[in-house]
Ligand binder design. Structure first.
Ligand code: ADP
Length: 485
């Protein structure tokens, strides 16, 4: 039987993106269609989203939604149904979706995303005639209140619906002061430790997790890790209490956009059968970064330059990387101290370390196609897409053993090397010594060209498309709506 799912997300490609959530929310409807799931996506009416809605059809008008006039309008997300919460007083602003042009969180983020959640709960409760849903799937804190409203303040006489809360990054929890509670339109009973209350304030992600039939995160290892304090960031107790109702499903990658065979950004296209052609991309990359050609491996980095990504430790290891014969081409933007450290390293090693500070989509493809190995020393990584692109491009991933990195890269230990299944190098703990050791191990593998080529081919043949992930979500929905047949 067909299932109708409302996916509640604050971003989705191709309309609006600040991070991996947008890729997942944008890919899910297509990945689920072949499983008999019709997914409608609900997005906030940010300017970029409103521009993408051609000839909006009004589904509902609110005189006041948490104090603001608003409309629900229908559109398309690619080929799939879209509903947008058009509330100019909340969303029609310059700046980012969550922060003002100066980078500060909008002060009324609680109202903006409570309104978004209220609208989602209304839709699931049957607000629009002829529009019915069997299940609601909320993503991240911005959608968490949808599940709280469904639980504590549903549309009168509506039937309860199963729900999924997906956590894309536990570091962002949507935590607001106690004073806002009175404005949310929730009954007093919602103010409890099993409700929306969190450490004395209101926690939007926490509220969603409490209310959800099932919680998912974006890799099996991260689903285990968030049971511990360090990764759970205050919500580890709640995660533990949900037991087997917390699952991990890996994200897929968009294989139309990330495929070295037809990638328009590359100097030379190639496949796992024509790996030698990669050399042209390496030469082009060396030229683009002003690096001397050399015998040793060309390491690359494409990353936000933040503590999560371990970029401070990368700075510490630059001299070692060069000393043992490596070179580095890095693309990234982020923390000022890290940028300064990288610049100092590049100045010490001209021709061996090249930097591009900024965001550049085309260059990120060329780095994957021309680099020999990519360094991903993340302290935590819910799923990670960078290493999945690397695998597809034959750029050997050297990764910290955490979250999705642990789940997607097969370490070059003796057993895996013997079995010929290795796809990269993993290391434990993001420290100078561990990262330096991983670089040394990578160089050892590099010195055996046949083993190296096998590593590259194994990665390129691995399937991290949306096919597997779509199937896993469809099974989850089936489990939750099972009574429907
Ligand atoms: P996160 O979402 O935590 O930053 P992921 O690995 O899941 O980490 O996704 C990062 C995505 O952003 C990848 O597609 C990566 O190629 C891209 N990316 C990161 N930094 C840059 C940059 N400076 N320029 C271009 N793309 C970047």
């Amino acid at each position: 039987m067909a299932r109708r799912v409302l996916s509640v997300a604050s971003e989705a490609v191709p309309l609006i993106k600040t991070g991996g959530l947008a890729d997942v929310a944008g890919a899910l409807p297509g990945a689920l269609a072949s499983h008999g799931v019709t997914m409608t996506t609900l997005l906030p009416g940010f300017p970029a989203v409103m521009l993408g809605v051609k000839r909006p059809k009004v589904l509902h008008r609110y005189k006041s939604l948490l104090g603001e006039p608003a409309r629900l309008v229908a559109g398309k997300l690619g080929a799939h149904p879209l509903i947008v919460l058009d509330a100019p007083g909340l969303f029609a602003r310059d700046g980012g979706p969550y922060s003002d042009p100066a980078g500060q969180d909008w002060e009324d983020n609680w109202r903006r995303f409570a309104a978004f959640g209220r609208a989602a709960a209304d839709l699931v409760g049957g607000l629009v005639e002829g529009l019915e849903f069997d299940l609601v799937h909320a993503h991240d804190w911005q959608a968490g209140m949808a599940l709280a409203y469904l639980r504590f303040a549903p549309v009168a006489n509506s039937a309860p619906k199963p729900s999924v809360m997906t956590i894309h990054n536990m570091a962002f929890q949507g935590y607001f002061p106690e004073q806002i509670f009175g404005e949310l339109g929730l009954p007093a009973s919602a103010w409890s430790i099993e409700g929306v209350e969190s450490y004395g304030g209101v926690g939007f992600l926490k509220a969603g997790m409490e209310a959800a039939s099932l919680i998912t995160t974006v890799s099996p290892t991260y689903a285990r890790e968030i049971r511990q304090g360090e990764f759970g960031m205050g919500l580890d107790g709640l995660v533990r209490s949900r037991g087997t109702r917390v699952r991990g499903i890996l994200n897929g990658i968009d294989t139309a956009e990330w495929n070295p065979v037809g990638d328009p950004y590359l100097a030379r296209n190639y496949s796992h059968r024509t790996l030698a052609a990669r050399a042209a991309n390496k030469r082009a990359l060396e030229a683009e970064f002003g690096l001397e050609p050399g015998e040793g491996p060309l390491f690359v980095v494409v990353s936000r330059l933040t503590w999560q990504k371990g970029m401070d430790v990368l700075v510490e290891v630059l001299d070692h990387l060069v000393r043992v014969g490596g070179r580095l081409a890095l693309l990234g933007s982020g923390d000022e101290a890290t940028v300064e450290g990288l610049k100092a390293g590049a100045a010490r090693h001209p021709g061996r370390i090249g930097l591009k500070i900024g965001y550049d989509e085309g260059l990120s493809h060329r780095l994957q196609a021309g680099g020999d190995a990519i360094l991903v020393p993340s302290r935590f990584e819910p799923c990670g897409l960078t290493q999945l692109y690397s695998l597809a491009y034959g750029c050997v991933p050297v990764v910290a053993r955490t979250g999705g990195l642990a789940d997607t890269v097969i370490d070059a230990n003796l057993a895996a090397l013997d079995a010929g299944t290795t796809t990269g190098v993993q290391f434990n703990g993001v420290t100078h010594a561990e990262l330096a050791d991983a670089i040394d191990r990578t160089l050892q593998l590099w010195r055996s060209p046949a083993a190296w080529r096998q590593l590259q081919r194994n990665g390129m043949k691995a399937d991290f498309s949306w096919v597997q992930s779509g199937k896993a979500y469809a099974e989850l929905y089936r489990e939750l709506t099972g009574a429907m047949g």
